[in-house]
Design a protein around this ligand. Structure first.
Ligand code: NDP
Length: 292
């Protein structure tokens, strides 16, 4: 298994936690990417201090403002990245930004459900759309016919908390909005489309809603991206990063077992080895397939 070699990579939510870990690992590679775009909501703020320190030492690290729930912000970031890249494309987009509210079932609200779904699920959709031209360009500019992360790829960071088969950590925290942001749908028969059942079921009474292996929303998005973007030469994969020592990981009040380094190192190893056959899959940081 070789090391992941990309010319350019973009990481969302790169100012702390797993996102910052990705940036640090890319910078430490023997052959680091020529461009590392680290995006965060407030590049000049206190929470981006560590990124700013890194950027002052590494000219290949570019910090870009990006709020993943704001289409205008995403569009502006894509334009900036395009300017830096000149005529070349973006090899790897890591949709890492995410949030949790460690609430219990009875305290969940419309506002929390909406905010978390918008951030964790719609954000990665909009990112994929906005960066598609640059990803396509990278795929077109890379030799070889198969899919790979070195060529062009989207990695969506999801969570096993969104697996219905194995809803990890329920006894610690319900975090319903978080789980649902990573959980979507049933498959509608006869139309082979994923549907947002709670919203659409009144209109689908003549259809049979099949509770197919429960899909995580972000995982289903990845599946859709893998189907839609395959023809453009773009590999799409979802990751469960493990239970990791970050603000989000510790939100339930317990110390997670994995360090950011272990999680990121694992995911980079997996990214270096996956190919065409893995597009659209849900893997953990060690490369094991996660049940939907
Ligand atoms: P952290 O809470 O440490 O970091 C979250 C990052 O996301 C921050 O950089 C934060 O920025 C950013 N972010 C949140 N909302 C937005 C937004 N609307 N626009 C742009 N950036 C935003 O979390 P982790 O590093 O632990 O989580 C990273 C990913 O891994 C998430 O998708 C999470 O769901 C997933 N994950 C993590 C697990 C864990 O155990 N840690 C387990 C399973 C999945 P800011 O500083 O501005 O708030």
């Amino acid at each position: 298994m070789g090391e992941l070699r990309v010319r350019s990579v973009l990481v969302t939510g790169a100012n702390r936690g797993i996102g910052l870990g990705f940036v640090q690992h890319f910078l430490k590679m023997p052959k680091p990417p020529q461009w590392i775009f680290a995006t965060c909501r407030d590049p000049k703020g206190q929470r981006a201090q560590e990124l700013q320190n890194l950027a002052s030492k590494h000219p290949n690290l570019v910090i870009i403002a990006l709020e993943v729930t704001d289409p205008a912000s995403i569009k502006a970031a894509a334009a900036k990245v395009g300017e830096h890249l000149g005529g070349s494309g973006l090899n790897l987009l890591i949709n890492n930004a995410g949030m949790v509210k460690p609430t219990m079932l009875e305290n969940e609200t419309l506002e929390a459900m909406t905010e978390i779904y918008t951030t964790n699920t719609i954000g990665p959709l909009l990112m994929g759309q906005a960066f598609l031209p640059l990803l396509k360009k990278a795929a077109q500019g890379s030799p070889g016919s198969g899919l790979s992360c070195s060529k062009a790829a989207i990695a969506n960071i999801s969570s096993i908390g969104g697996s219905i088969t194995f809803p990890f950590g329920w006894e610690m925290v319900h975090a319903v909005s978080y789980r649902c942001s990573k959980v979507l749908s049933h498959l509608c028969f006869p139309c082979p489309v994923p549907v947002w059942v709670p919203l659409l079921s009144p209109f689908l009474s003549h259809h049979r809603l099949l509770p197919v292996s429960p899909q995580a929303a972000l995982n289903m998005l990845t599946k859709c991206q893998s189907l839609g973007y395959r023809e453009h030469g773009i590999l799409c994969v979802t990751f469960h990063p493990g239970w990791v020592q970050t603000d989000l990981g510790a939100a339930a009040g317990q110390t997670p077992p994995l360090t950011v380094d272990e999680s990121v190192q694992g995911m980079l190893k997996v990214l270096s080895s996956i190919s065409e056959k893995d597009t659209g899959t849900f893997l953990d940081w060690e490369g094991k397939v996660i049940p939907w």
